[in-house]
Ligand binder design. Structure first.
Ligand SMILES: Cc1cc2nc3c(=O)[nH]c(=O)nc-3n(C[C@H](O)[C@H](O)[C@H](O)COP(=O)(O)OP(=O)(O)OC[C@H]3O[C@@H](n4cnc5c(N)ncnc54)[C@H](O)[C@@H]3O)c2cc1C
Ligand code: FES
Length: 288
């Protein structure tokens, strides 16, 4: 287990006892959309959590249960731990409705990173679907902090309705202040929506980037990631330069229980971020 965690670059505090949750207090809860909330968490003791973009924690709503949630904050800022959570079930509901001041358990950070700097010197494409956007946010913020190391940067983001857009103000400022080409599309656009309607994969063929010199980061529902990765590969992006974040049921987060197994991979330690060349044979063996 320790070898797995070393390979994933796990911090020394977590290595000491990865199953022991640290206590964090909810300092602030922000409602992002009708069903998505960002918690800001502060440790009751010790330094803030150091993490790399793409990593996740196991968040424990004491007495209810523990779930894996990606970190959505700015890795360079060192403030409260930010985690953006969609209300889909028992534990996520308990987390987003817990009052400010509530104590939660936090284990981690666990897993592999986006390694966004692999894209330096070339173009970079981010493709996000729904709640897949928050896990990409730390990678975007890291890239923006060294914007001149990258060529053209494109962010394609698909959501169900305009009301489901998360971090909308940030999208505008990234486009305006940092030259990021942002394309947003919705499944259902009614009334005042004047933007694109359709699947995020439909934006890929027309997005301006040099496929031979592009690194792509994809996060969202599995079917969306499969089609996005295939569309990127069709345009000529090398599968080894397409990175995706996989979701599987997780219990331990540290390679012990086998809940997250995907053939020979343990997604909690070999992932969640994995390259398309490694994933393609595993994904294509499953039905949509
Ligand atoms: C590495 C990783 C990172 C994640 N990051 C985020 C994040 O940043 N924000 C966020 O909102 N969610 C994230 N998730 C998904 C989150 O863990 C699940 O939504 C959560 O476990 C659901 O628990 P629940 O008790 O609220 O719902 P349940 O009552 O357990 O289930 C409700 C619904 O969610 C589905 N579900 C349950 N567990 C998972 C799972 N692990 N993955 C996908 N679907 C699941 C069930 O099939 C059911 O349809 C992540 C999952 C993983 C593995
Ligand atoms: S969650 Fe236990 S092995 Fe991955």
């Amino acid at each position: 287990m320790v070898e797995h965690l070393h390979r994933a670059g796990t911090s020394p505090e977590t290595l000491a006892d990865p199953m022991r949750p640290r206590r964090y207090r909810i300092a602030h809860t922000r409602q992002d959309t009708r069903d998505t909330f960002t918690l800001e968490l502060e440790p009751t003791e010790g330094p803030p959590l150091a993490y790399r973009p793409g990593q996740f924690t196991m968040l424990d709503a004491f007495g209810v249960g523990e779930v894996p949630i990606s970190i959505s904050g700015d890795p360079a800022r060192g403030g409260p731990l930010e985690q953006t959570i969609r209300d889909v079930g028992v534990v996520t509901h308990a987390l987003i409705t817990a009052p400010v001041g509530t104590l939660l358990g936090v284990r981690g950070p666990f897993g592999t990173s986006w390694d966004v700097s692999l894209g330096a010197g070339g173009d970079v494409v981010f493709i996000a679907g729904g709640i897949g956007f928050p896990p990409l946010r730390p990678a975007l913020l890291e890239l923006i902090s060294e914007r001149d190391r990258y060529g053209r940067v494109v962010l394609l983001y698909g959501v169900r309705t305009p009301e489901d857009i998360i971090f909308g103000d940030e999208l505008r400022s990234w486009a305006h202040d940092h030259g990021i080409v942002v394309g947003v599309t919705v499944d259902n656009g009614q009334h005042a929506w004047r933007g694109k309607v359709g699947l995020v994969t439909q934006l890929i063929p027309r997005a301006g980037f040099d496929p031979r010199n592009t690194t792509a980061f994809v996060c969202g529902p599995e079917v969306m990631m499969r089609f996005s990765a295939a569309a990127l590969a069709d345009r000529g992006v090398r599968p080894s330069r397409i990175r995706m974040s996989m979701e599987r049921n997780m219990k331990c987060g540290v390679g012990l229980c086998g809940h997250c197994q995907l053939r020979e991979l343990f997604v909690c330690v070999d992932g969640p971020v994995l390259t398309y060349d490694r994933l393609a044979p595993l994904l294509s063996s499953r039905e949509l």
